[in-house]
Design a protein around this ligand. Structure first.
Ligand code: COA
Length: 252
């Protein structure tokens, strides 16, 4: 069943909660003049502890940005252009996420085996704003090479927290590109998205990724035990975070 919700219900209550049960149902919600596409897992109506009934939507594990305005723009660094992911890059995205080396520590999903999976990912990242996720492709300025992607997901707009994600194609590792790209992405997160906390989860054996976050000033908080179940085993992940007040200090 495709549930339909009125825009003013969502805007008035400005509250979306999570639940974690499949299957996903794709539906579109009118929010002001925009269409907000949301992957619903389940919907139900609940009464809050206060007095309003609130629509509770499962949003693939995220609380979406309900500011009802566009936020995300393309970015630039000295050597890189960060552009919104789009179908123009579907072959690159497929190459990236079907590669065993790139996927080695990404134990939350199997490597891609079909172009449709790349298209599905791009569709998800390019749903109309407001949305709680964004992905930039990383393009080298000198030759327009596609180096990888980076971005945000699981934007918790109530607490100003977002999760950072990133990947480079293996030919471009160990050249400093990701650190350069993420510096700009983090600046954007704190200054334009209004974030207070950016967090990242890293497989405990993924030294390269840990180094990237440490270089950017992230602090390691602890281990999320058995965070992902993949190919019959559970995998611990480090949880790291960068707070705005720390970033202001390290940025000087
Ligand atoms: C995680 C990942 C992005 C890290 O890549 P990376 O190349 O180590 O990171 P950077 O692009 O920031 O490069 C930094 C490295 O380049 C080195 N480097 C070499 N030349 C450099 C230069 N001219 N300028 C800056 N750094 C340079 C740095 O010393 C650093 O190496 P170190 O960590 O051994 O000190 C990459 O391994 C990857 O994409 N993996 C697959 C996807 C993935 O696992 N994503 C993360 C999920 S949590």
């Amino acid at each position: 069943m495709h549930p339909v919700f009125l825009a003013d219900n969502i805007i008035r209550h400005r509250c979306i909660h999570l639940c974690h049960s499949p299957p996903h149902v794709l539906c579109s919600l009118p929010v002001a003049s925009q269409s907000l596409y949301i992957t619903l897992k389940k919907e139900k109506r609940e009464r809050t502890k206060r007095f309003h009934p609130v629509w509770c939507l499962s949003l693939k594990g995220m609380i979406i940005n309900m500011n009802n305005k566009t936020v995300f723009v393309d970015l630039e660094t000295e050597n890189l252009s960060l552009k919104q992911i789009s179908m123009e890059y579907k072959e690159d995205v497929f190459r990236q996420f079907s590669d065993e080396d790139v996927n080695k520590y990404l134990v939350d999903a199997e490597p891609f085996v079909s172009m449709e999976e790349a298209e599905e990912l791009i569709n998800w990242y390019t749903s109309p704003e407001p949305r709680g996720h964004h992905r930039w492709v990383i393009i080298r300025k000198t030759d327009s090479a596609f180096l990888g992607t980076c971005g945000y997901h699981n934007w918790d707009n109530e607490n100003n927290i977002c999760e950072i994600g990133y990947d480079l194609y293996k030919d471009y590792w160990h050249k400093g590109y990701m650190t350069e790209a993420l510096q700009e992405v983090i600046k954007f997160g704190f200054e334009k998205m209004g974030l207070n906390r950016i967090q990242g989860f890293v497989h405990t054996q993924h030294e390269k990724s840990l180094n990237v976050l440490f270089r950017l000033g992230f602090k390691q908080e602890g281990i999320i035990r058995d965070k992902h179940f993949f190919r019959g085993s559970y995998y611990d992940h480090f949880c790291l975070s960068l707070l705005k007040r720390e970033w202001n200090t390290t940025d000087e």
